[in-house]
Design a protein around this ligand. Structure first.
Ligand code: FMN
Length: 301
């Protein structure tokens, strides 16, 4: 059994010259990321003719990260909506992520996404990129990744929406010219009269300069983009803002994290910005005033 498993691991993870024993840790010893582990679990399923429910992946040494990854990437979405006519749309940031989703959904559910959202490195909130990748995309264009992902969706007839950094009509036209069917905007709508965030949150966008928009490592273990404020500076200096745990996410350790992400986001939206995490997209600094949703829709239509 171990021998066969070692063979699969070596092939899937491309490892050579490393002694693989029962104690080998996928992440620390073999530097496997969550996608590697997921692909590995599928190869194991095929070789041993077993089903590995995603909840049980936690028994592999990847612990919660794989499960969080799977949930975050909607691996089990088809199961959740089975028997209903609810449409499902995974959010992906790389061709590889979509490849894994398409393979898994086909194998386990015989289902395709109804829509794919490609979320690029300029998006707001939690991001599906490593810190290194985000740095790379500061200078490198993401368009080629969009085009690569479209090579998977077009033959399947799956519509695609591009998100991240779409702020103007020109940005939308650029995405459509690449082959997207639509765009998803978040940041632009924050500074609208109709947005229900607190005025102080909107004002932080209006006041932000490009250099105020930073990447933070969120307590859930993912990078996120936010406006640098007193709160973030205090966190950098080692201050903690933990006041109870909402048990919202398994990859968060309330004993060590500097603040509760849920509370920090609620504080921001409700205007307690001094203890708030001000998530935003990379274009947030473009806002100079509040506008109406109708004006944005007219610009885009
Ligand atoms: C304040 C803010 C909060 C966000 N929160 C979430 C979220 O909870 N879940 C999610 O999938 N995307 C979230 N996003 C990402 C958006 O859904 C969207 O894909 C992306 O930000 C679009 O890029 P843009 O902000 O440059 O328009 C958030 C974006 C912003 C700006």
């Amino acid at each position: 059994m171990l021998e066969k498993l070692v063979e699969i691991i070596e092939e899937q993870l491309n490892v050579e010259g490393v002694e693989i024993t029962e104690k080998t840790d996928f992440q620390n010893d073999l530097e496997a990321d969550s996608l590697d582990l997921f692909e590995l679990s599928m190869a194991i399923e095929e070789a041993f003719e077993v089903e590995i429910p995603s909840e049980e992946l936690s028994q592999f040494t990847t612990v919660g990260s794989v499960i969080e990854y799977l949930k975050a990437n909607g691996m089990e979405l088809p199961g959740l909506v089975a028997g209903s006519d609810v449409k499902i749309a995974p959010i992906v940031s790389s061709k590889r992520a979509l490849q894994v989703i398409l393979r898994y959904w086909k194998k386990h559910y015989d289902r395709k996404p109804d829509l794919v959202v490609i979320e690029g490195p300029k998006a707001g909130g939690h991001l599906g990129f490593s810190g290194e990748e985000l740095e790379k995309y500061e200078t490198e264009n993401y368009d080629s990744v969009i085009e690569e992902i479209l090579t998977l969706t077009k033959p399947e007839g799956i519509p695609v929406v591009v998100a991240g950094g779409v702020y103007t009509r020109q940005d939308m036209e650029h995405c459509l010219a690449l082959g997207a069917d639509g765009v998803q905007l978040a940041t632009r709508f924050v500074t609208t009269y109709e947005c229900d965030a607190h005025p102080a949150y909107k004002q932080a966008y209006i006041d932000a300069k490009p250099e105020d928009i930073v990447i933070v490592k969120s307590p859930v273990g993912m990078p996120g983009r936010a406006i640098r404020n007193d709160f973030l500076e205090q966190v950098e200096q080692g201050n903690r803002f933990m006041k109870g745990c909402r048990k919202c996410i398994t990859t968060c350790d309330p004993k060590t994290v500097p603040y509760c992400i849920t509370q920090a986001l609620i504080n921001a939206v409700e205007g307690r910005v001094e203890e708030g995490l001000l998530f935003c997209g990379s274009n947030a600094y473009l806002a100079t005033k509040l506008e109406h949703v109708q004006e944005i829709m007219e610009e885009f239509s």
